[in-house]
Design a protein around this ligand. Structure first.
Ligand SMILES: [Zn+2]
Length: 426
C-alpha cells in the first residue's frame, strides 16, 4: 500500500475505533448473562482478558489492538479467526506486528460493484429460512409443525396442517424478490422448502451422506470414538437431535458467512409455549426478535465459542443487530397488528434472554445468533397456533411476482424488507 494511502487509512480506522469502554458496554448490555461471566472476563484500563475455568488469563486484547482484532474478525473466515486468537494468547503484539496483520486484511465487506442506481445496489443480504421438514415423517423428527383437527365447525379448514419450514421458505423467497428488485444481491442458506443447507432432505442426507460424513469427522479427529459409535447406532430421530441439527446450523452460518453479507435475516415462526403439545389453537399472539449475546459461564468452555464471543465483544455487530431487530419488531407490530412480547410473555424470554432497551428485542445465545458474522435479526413474527393466524397461514390466495402466498406471509416479508432497507439506508 502506498505510504500516503496507509496514513489515510490509519487515521480513518481510528476515527471508528472501538474502545474498552464500548466493549464493556456491550459486555454488560448484551453478553454477560446475569453476571455469569464475571469470573471469565476482566476489564482493566488498558486490556480485556478472557480467563479459563480456573481463573488463569488465557487471551488478552490490549486497547490498541481492539480495532485491529475487530477488523480481522469481521473480514476473515472462522478458521483464520481461530488461528489468530490461538497465536495471540496473552502476549502484546508489537507495533510492527499489528501493522503487518492490519495491512493484510482485505475489506471483504465492501460493496459489490454495480452499474445501476437502485437503492440497494452493491449490498449483500443473507437469509436463513428456518428448519427443513415439510412432510409428516421428517416433521415428526424435527418437531416444527402443527397438525390437528379444529373443534369448531365455523372455521374454513377443519384440519390445521402447517410446516414452519414451508412458511419460512415462502417468506424468504418473497423477501428475496423485494430486495433484489431494489438492487441487492441475496443469498438463501437453502434452495428448496424441504431442503437443509446441504441441498437435500434429511432422509436423503441419511441415505447418501451420513456414513461418509461421520467417518470423515472421526478420521479427522473432530469426532471422538465414543460419540462416533453412538451416532452410527443412533436412530434417525436421535441422530437429528444429537448431531444433525447443529451440524446443519453450523453449515448454514458458514454458507452465509462465506457470502460476507452486510445484513443477515433469520426467519422463524413461533408458537405459544403454553399450548404444548399444540393440538389446539391459542388466543395468544406475540411478536419478538432475537440478536446474539446472553453467554453463560459454561458457554466459554468451548474453544470455538471464545472466538464468537470475542467477535461479538470487539466489533459493533451487536449494536447494529439491535437497531435492525428493533426496526423489524416495530414493523411486525404495525403491519401485522401483533402485540410486542415483554419478558413476562414467555418463560424462555425471562429465563434465557437478556432484555435490550428496544421493545421486543432480546439477546439470546442461539446457534445462528452467535455464529453469523454480520448484523442480524432472528425474527419470530407471530404465533402459528393463534386461532386466526393458523387459518390465514394455510391460505395460498395471493400471488406476488409468481409466488403463491397469503396476506400474513407477505406482510411478514414486507416488514423484514422495510427494516433492512431503512437499516442500510441509515
Ligand atoms: Zn423455528
Amino acid at each position: 500500500m502506498p505510504r500516503t494511502l496507509f496514513v489515510f487509512c490509519f487515521f480513518c480506522h481510528f476515527a471508528f475505533a472501538q474502545t474498552i469502554q464500548q466493549c464493556k458496554y456491550r459486555f454488560d448490555t448484551y453478553l454477560n448473562f446475569r453476571g455469569s461471566l464475571n469470573n471469565r472476563v476482566q476489564f482493566t484500563n488498558d486490556a480485556i482478558y478472557i480467563l479459563d475455568e480456573k481463573g488463569k488469563k488465557e487471551i488478552a486484547v490490549y486497547a490498541n489492538e481492539i480495532e485491529l482484532f475487530a477488523k480481522f474478525l469481521v473480514n476473515n473466515p472462522f478458521s483464520k479467526q481461530e488461528q489468530l486468537i490461538k497465536f495471540k494468547g496473552v502476549k502484546k503484539l508489537s507495533k510492527s506486528k499489528c501493522d503487518s496483520i492490519f495491512d493484510k486484511i482485505t475489506d471483504k465487506k465492501k460493496k459489490n460493484k454495480y452499474d445501476n442506481k437502485l437503492p440497494l445496489s452493491g449490498y449483500r443480504i443473507a437469509i436463513d429460512p428456518g428448519h427443513t421438514a415439510v412432510n409428516l415423517t421428517e416433521a415428526l423428527i424435527e418437531q416444527k409443525f402443527l397438525y390437528f383437527r379444529k373443534d369448531s365447525i365455523n372455521h374454513p379448514y377443519d384440519t390445521i396442517k402447517i410446516f414452519e419450514s414451508a412458511l419460512a421458505f415462502n417468506t424468504a423467497q418473497l423477501l428475496q424478490k423485494m430486495l433484489e428488485e431494489q438492487g441487492a444481491k441475496v443469498l438463501l442458506s437453502r434452495s428448496q422448502e424441504n431442503y437443509n443447507s446441504f441441498n437435500c432432505t434429511y432422509s436423503q442426507w441419511l441415505s447418501v451422506h451420513k456414513t461418509r460424513v461421520l467417518d470423515s469427522l472421526y478420521n479427522n479427529k473432530i469426532l471422538p470414538k465414543l460419540k462416533y459409535t453412538k451416532f452410527i447406532k443412533d436412530n434417525d430421530h436421535d441422530l437429528f437431535w444429537d448431531f444433525f441439527r447443529d451440524y446443519d446450523l453450523n453449515n448454514r452460518a458458514k454458507v452465509m458467512n462465506d457470502f460476507y453479507p452486510h445484513v443477515s435475516v433469520v426467519i422463524h415462526y413461533n408458537v405459544d409455549e403454553k399450548n404444548e403439545p399444540w393440538k389446539q389453537v391459542t388466543k395468544k399472539n406475540f411478536t419478538m426478535a432475537f440478536i446474539g449475546g446472553a453467554f453463560t459461564n459454561d458457554n466459554l468452555d468451548k474453544a470455538e465459542n471464545k472466538v464468537h464471543f470475542l467477535r461479538l465483544l470487539l466489533t459493533d455487530e451487536l449494536n447494529q443487530s439491535e437497531k435492525l431487530a428493533a426496526l423489524t419488531v416495530s414493523n411486525f407490530n404495525k403491519n401485522l397488528s401483533i402485540p410486542i412480547a415483554s419478558q413476562f410473555d414467555a418463560s424462555y424470554l425471562k429465563d434465557n434472554c437478556l432484555l435490550t432497551k428496544s421493545p421486543g428485542v432480546f439477546s439470546r445465545n442461539l446457534n445462528l445468533c452467535r455464529t453469523i458474522n454480520s448484523p442480524l435479526v432472528y425474527g419470530e413474527s407471530l404465533y402459528q397456533d393463534n386461532e386466526t393466524e393458523c387459518d390465514a397461514l394455510m391460505k395460498t390466495d395471493i400471488t406476488y411476482k409468481d409466488l403463491k402466498t397469503n396476506d400474513r406471509l407477505l406482510n411478514v416479508a414486507k416488514s423484514y424488507y422495510q427494516a433492512v432497507f431503512k437499516f442500510i439506508k441509515k
